[in-house]
Design a protein around this ligand. Structure first.
Ligand SMILES: C[S@@+](CC[C@H](N)C(=O)[O-])C[C@H]1O[C@@H](n2cnc3c(N)ncnc32)[C@H](O)[C@@H]1O
Length: 392
C-alpha cells in the first residue's frame, strides 16, 4: 500500500525522526537524499523522511498548514482524507455527541470531530494507519477526547459508549474505485445494522442515486465549485433531499427541493447564462435553482440556465451573453474577431465537440478580453453562446 511501515512510523515519531522532519533540506530530491545519508540516516530512514516531505506539501492543499506540520501521512490515505472545510462542516452535525467513527485512516475527520467537541471512538482496521491516527491525534493535542481503536469498527460498535455513528468507508479495491454502497468496506448495510440511531456515511458523489435507501437523506457537497462527496444521513440527522451544500464561501449555502420538482421551462437564451454548481446538478436541483433565479433551461436535459437578470447566487456562476445562435465554427470565429476577443474558454454540455481542441483552433487577438464560448445540446442542434464575465 505504501513504503511506510510500522518500523518507519517508529522512526519518524522518534526524537531523531521528528528533529529531521522539522529541519530544512535541499529542495532537490537527490541533494536532500545525499545530505541525509551524509548525516548518518540509513537509506530507509532517508526514504521515509523524503516521502513525508513530499506528502506534507500535498497535504497542505486540503489541510491547515499548522496541522500538516505536525502530522504524518500515507500517500493513499492522504488521497482519501477529507478536505478540512468539508470535515469541519460535517463534524458540526455531530457537535458535542458521543461518536463512533468507523474507518478513521490518518484522522482528518477524527480531528474535525474532536474539535467539534465530540467524545470520539475512532476505529481503524489497518495497523499502519491506526498507528498514524494515534500519532496524528496526539500531535494535534486531541488525544484526550479520542479513544483510538486499532481494529474493526463494526466489532467495536457492540462495546457501546456512543450514540451516533460516522463512517467514511474505503471505496477502493485492488487499486480501483468502487461506487456501489455494498461494495464499500464496510458496506452500508453493515453500518446500518450497527447504527441504531443517528448515522452519517460519507460516500462517493458519483454513486448510483437509486441505490440510496429511502429512509436515508442525501447531501451532495462541493467545495469552491468542486464536487467533493455525497453524505448519507440517518435518524435525526436526516434532512429532506437530495440537497446541495456548497462550501468555501463565508457560510455554507444550501439548496433543497421544495415539494415536487418544478415543471421544465425551456426557451432561447436571455441576457445572462448560468452554470449551476456541480453539487446542484448532481442533486438534480437545476430546475429548482432556475425557479429561484427566474431562469430557464436551454434544453430540458442540459444543465445550463439562462435569464434576463444577473444573480450573485453561490448556486451558479453567471455570465453576460454577448451573442448566441446555432453553432457553426466559421460564424463563431467571425463573432470572436468582431468582438476583438483574446483568450477563449470553451465549455460544452451534451454536444460532441472537444472543448479543449476547439479552444486551440479559435482565433484570438493579442491583448483582447477573455471570452467564454458555451456550446449546449438542443433538439435543434448545438447552440453557441459567446459570453463575457459579469465584471467585464
Ligand atoms: C476512506 S478511508 C477514511 C478517511 C478518513 N475519513 C479521513 O478523512 O482521513 C477508509 C478507512 O476505513 C478503514 N476501514 C475499512 N473497514 C473498516 C472497519 N471495518 N473498521 C475500521 N476501519 C475500517 C480502511 O482501512 C480505511 O483506512
Amino acid at each position: 500500500m505504501s513504503s511506510l511501515s510500522l518500523e518507519g512510523i517508529e522512526f519518524l515519531t522518534s526524537e531523531r525522526g521528528q528533529a529531521a522532519l522539522a529541519r530544512e533540506l535541499p529542495a532537490e530530491g537527490l541533494a536532500a537524499l545525499t545530505a541525509l545519508r551524509g548525516e548518518g540516516f540509513s537509506p530507509a530512514e532517508a526514504g521515509w523522511l523524503l516521502e513525508q516531505r513530499e506528502l506534507r506539501a500535498r497535504a497542505e492543499r486540503k489541510l491547515p498548514a499548522a496541522d500538516v506540520a505536525r502530522m504524518l501521512f500515507l500517500k493513499e490515505a492522504l488521497e482519501q482524507a477529507s478536505a478540512h472545510e468539508v470535515a469541519t462542516w460535517r463534524a458540526q452535525k455531530l457537535a458535542g455527541r458521543r461518536v463512533l467513527e468507523v474507518g478513521a485512516a490518518l484522522g482528518a475527520d477524527s480531528a474535525a470531530l474532536a474539535r467539534a467537541g465530540c467524545a470520539l471512538v475512532a476505529c481503524e482496521l489497518d495497523p499502519v494507519r491506526a498507528a498514524l491516527l494515534r500519532h496524528n491525534l496526539a500531535a494535534l493535542g486531541l488525544s484526550e477526547r479520542v479513544e483510538v481503536h486499532p481494529g474493526d469498527g463494526l466489532e467495536r460498535a457492540a462495546g457501546g459508549g456512543w450514540d451516533a455513528l460516522y463512517a467514511d468507508p474505503a471505496r477502493r479495491r485492488g487499486g480501483k474505485r468502487v461506487l456501489g454502497l455494498e461494495a464499500m468496506a464496510p458496506p452500508l448495510s453493515a453500518l446500518r445494522e450497527r447504527a441504531r440511531a443517528d448515522l452519517l456515511v460519507k460516500v462517493a458523489p458519483g454513486l448510483d442515486l437509486s441505490e440510496v435507501p429511502r429512509d436515508l437523506g442525501l447531501e451532495l457537497v462541493s467545495l469552491r465549485g468542486e464536487l467533493k462527496e455525497a453524505l448519507l444521513t440517518g435518524g435525526a440527522l436526516r434532512r429532506p433531499g437530495p440537497r446541495a451544500v456548497l462550501l468555501g464561501g463565508d457560510a455554507p449555502w444550501e439548496l433543497a427541493p421544495e415539494g415536487s420538482e418544478p415543471p421544465p421551462r425551456t426557451a432561447d437564451p436571455g441576457a445572462f447564462l448560468f452554470e449551476p454548481d456541480p453539487a446542484v446538478i448532481r442533486a438534480g436541483l437545476v430546475r429548482a435553482l432556475g425557479q429561484r433565479l427566474d431562469a430557464w433551461q436551454l434544453d430540458p436535459r442540459i444543465a445550463f440556465l439562462s435569464g434576463d437578470a444577473p444573480s450573485e447566487t453561490p448556486g451558479a456562476r453567471c455570465w453576460r451573453v454577448l451573442r448566441h445562435g446555432p453553432y457553426r465554427r466559421k460564424e463563431v470565429s467571425q463573432w470572436l474577431r468582431a468582438e476583438g476577443a483574446g483568450r477563449v474558454i470553451v465549455k460544452q454540455r451534451g454536444t460532441r465537440q472537444d472543448a479543449a481542441a476547439l479552444e486551440k483552433r479559435l482565433p484570438r487577438q493579442a491583448g483582447g478580453p477573455l471570452r467564454w464560448l458555451f456550446l449546449a445540446r438542443t433538439d435543434a442542434g448545438p447552440l453557441a453562446l459567446l459570453c463575457a464575465d459579469l465584471e467585464d
